[in-house]
Design a protein around this ligand. Structure first.
Ligand code: GSH
Length: 204
């Protein structure tokens, strides 16, 4: 049986969220670990925009956005009940939209200050303060971002918070977001995130 083929990159937060949803669904896929500076011709042939993740289904359908891949996986099977019901749908969409626009914008500048020398690195970090405080308050209130259990929103956002926290782990550890810190620690320790972050076996 031919399995869907996922073009992925281990540390890419978009690819991580796709792998998380695939792992949560239990749907089997093959993975192709991409070298971003040398993308495979077969991937560019089906998805010329050249970003990962990309998922090619056995019928030839190509899914080229991480959120589309997440929803496809969870529509196939959702044993952990990650797909948001109507009560949390608006919150889920708003949180992910803010993450993928505003938070990602400041994260890129905080992570690569040398590419954005107009402002000091800490200024970029400070721009995320309102978002971090909101995430922290949500987790303190609900347990996870939008509910008392992990859902699509958590899986879609945690790879970006992981990346943010790693820029300056000492700063993150002493920051005033205790609920966010323990939420991230819980995810990092979870078998699901650990499984999707396992180092890929180099191709022979
Ligand atoms: N909107 C896309 C964004 C994916 C994306 O930007 N991925 C980055 C890696 S994290 C990428 O492939 N960049 C192309 C490159 O670096 O050449 C999605 O949600 O899948």
């Amino acid at each position: 049986m031919t399995l869907p083929l996922l073009y992925t990159f281990r540390r890419c937060p978009y690819a991580i969220r796709a792998r998380l949803a695939i792992a949560a669904s239990g749907v089997a896929v093959r993975e192709h670990e991409v070298v971003l500076r040398d993308k495979p011709a077969a991937m560019l042939a089906i998805s010329p925009k050249g970003t990962v993740p990309v998922l090619q289904l056995p019928d030839g359908t190509v899914l080229e956005q991480s959120l589309v891949i997440m929803r496809w996986a969870l529509a196939s099977a959702d044993p952990l009940d990650w797909l948001p019901g109507p009560a949390i749908m608006d919150d889920t969409e708003a949180l992910i939209a803010r993450n993928d626009s505003e938070f990602k914008h400041w994260l890129d500048r905080y992570k690569y200050p040398e590419r954005h020398p107009e402002r000091p690195q800490a200024a970029y970090r400070d721009e995320t303060g309102i978002i971090l405080a909101d995430l922290d308050a949500r987790i303190a209130r609900h347990g996870q971002l939008v509910a008392d259990r992990a859902t699509l929103a958590d899986a879609a956002i945690v790879p970006f918070v992981r990346q943010f926290a790693a820029v300056d782990a000492e700063w993150f550890a002493q920051s005033s977001y205790p609920a966010l810190q323990s939420w991230l620690a819980g995810w990092l320790a979870s078998p699901l995130l650990q499984a999707v972050m396992a180092k890929p076996v180099p191709a022979a």
